[in-house]
Design a protein around this ligand. Structure first.
Ligand code: PMP
Length: 457
């Protein structure tokens, strides 16, 4: 085994392990990371100052190789809980029966599609399946460019939409190493706290909306000036990589009006907030009282089995579908659909959206109580099981404090509670547990957060 030093990335990830500190880790972990680097190469990242080796998961609990238990307050992919028996059974049964593709008629994909579409506003009537959120966004953008006849894309400053060549070109959160496309324009994240305080007014929804409208107008004008036009505005409905911005509800409306007036489409990226995580409805855009032209979904859809999709207003697909053949070898295969059906059933049968509202609300209130006198906490915000805690050096300047966030994330990890951070400066704690997270789990989380905040003082 070579012992050459593993190089520190030039563009570090929020809450990423710094490989130049490899020597500080226990021997076994050092060995595993060296093996990993040897076979997987330098592109991968690990979480936490002390990375974790996870060997098993059940519900909202993860177990390391020594049998230690961790409370999972971060993973949204196992949305109905790690190792949910109904998902396991559905996948097992389907694997024994048949696993094939969308070039054959199968009733299960029809049943699932009808049920999935019934959770969306009536205007959204067709679903096309992919394997990943990136593919769903790639397809959505292809359709938007085709239908609009224009090429421009508008995103928020900290957006992440995926990893293909196309989609990474409109994912500014990947940093300077991944250049934005010449057809991409960036607007401010909807940071009501900083925007309104910059203006000297209190949380004035009107002024945030006006600011976003101005930003989008300027981006559209610039795209036209360059002869590019605007194909789409795409946004994560909870702005997770931007720093978790759930409100004030309605701030997306002026943006969508401007995009439509310019002949572009609005794509709601629901890969993060979708499937009821925000606790009110099935989809995050619904809180803004708008209907997207296209919605993309993924991560929580199959509880870990790769399945994702794009949902369209049917009129958008008429010409596209006639002229362009769509086949995705694994997208929407029989096993993926079986997993997705089980997830949909469990969300309904176990009232997980209601649980997100109730227990998420308890966490939000508990966190506000816990931090109300803390100078380093500017805001606790979120909706349901998507919560952000904005850390600053002090409340008067609101300077983002990524170091404080990192220290809390790592203190909690040592306390066996797993969260992470997000935002442009990595200064926003990101809490996003599997959806069966209970009231007792919330108590344990709040106790741990109490200890971590106390250590910060
Ligand atoms: N959109 C958003 C908002 C995401 O967070 C992600 C993944 N982090 C993606 C798209 C891409 O999804 P995938 O990793 O499944 O390609």
């Amino acid at each position: 085994m070579g012992t050459s030093p593993i190089r520190k990335p030039s563009n570090p990830m929020v809450n990423g392990f710094d490989p130049s500190r490899l020597d500080e880790l226990p021997d076994q972990m050092q060995k595993s990371i060296r093996r990993r680097d040897k076979s997987l190469g330098p592109g991968y990242r690990l979480f936490y100052d002390e990375p974790l080796e996870i060997v098993r998961g059940k519900g909202v609990t993860l177990f390391d190789r020594d049998g230690n238990e961790y409370l999972d307050v971060y993973n949204n992919v196992p949305s109905v809980g790690h190792g949910h028996p109904r998902v396991i059974e559905a996948v097992h049964q389907q694997m024994q029966t048949l696993n094939t593709n969308t070039r054959y008629v199968q009733e299960s994909i029809l049943d699932y599609s009808e049920q999935l579409l019934s959770t969306f506003p009536a205007e959204l009537g067709h679903v096309m399946f992919t394997c990943t959120g990136s593919e769903a966004n790639d397809l959505a953008m292809r359709v938007a460019k085709y239908v609009s006849g224009q090429q421009g894309i508008i995103v928020t400053a900290g957006a992440y939409h995926g990893l293909t060549a196309e989609v990474s070109s409109f994912s500014p959160s990947l940093g300077k190493g991944v250049p934005l496309g010449p057809n991409v324009r960036v607007i401010d994240a909807p940071d009501a706290l900083r925007y309104t305080s910059d203006q000297g007014s209190s949380s004035d929804q009107g002024s945030l909306q006006d600011h976003l409208r101005d930003q989008v107008r300027a981006a559209i004008a610039d795209l036209h000036r360059h002869g590019i036009g605007v194909a789409a505005f795409i946004a994560d409905s909870i702005f997770s990589s931007d720093g978790v911005f759930a409100g004030p509800a309605g701030f997306l409306r002026p943006i969508v009006e401007e995009i439509h007036a310019a002949g572009g489409l609005y794509i709601a990226d629901e890969v993060q907030p979708g499937f009821g995580r925000t606790g009110e409805e099935w989809w995050g855009f619904q809180r803004h009282g708008i209907v997207p032209d296209i919605v993309t979904i993924g991560k929580p859809m199959g509880n870990g089995i790769p399945v994702a999709a794009a949902i369209f207003k049917p009129e958008l697909l008429q010409e596209f579908g006639k002229n362009i053949r769509y086949f995705n070898t694994f997208g929407g295969n029989s096993v993926a659909i079986a997993a997705a059906q089980a997830v949909l059933d469990v969300i309904r049968d176990e009232s997980l959206i209601e649980n997100a509202l109730k227990v998420g609300g308890k966490i939000l209130t508990g966190l506000k109580d816990l931090t109300q006198n803390l100078e380093q906490v500017a805001e606790v915000r979120g909706s349901g099981f998507f919560i952000g805690v904005d850390l600053v050096t002090d409340r008067s300047t609101l300077t983002p404090n990524g170091e404080a966030a990192a220290s809390i994330v790592n203190a909690l990890r040592q306390d066996r509670i797993l969260i992470s951070a997000c935002g442009a400066q990595g200064n926003v704690l990101k809490l996003r547990p599997p959806m069966p997270f209970s009231s007792d789990d919330a108590d344990r989380l709040l106790e741990g957060l109490g200890r971590a905040f106390k250590a910060l003082r």
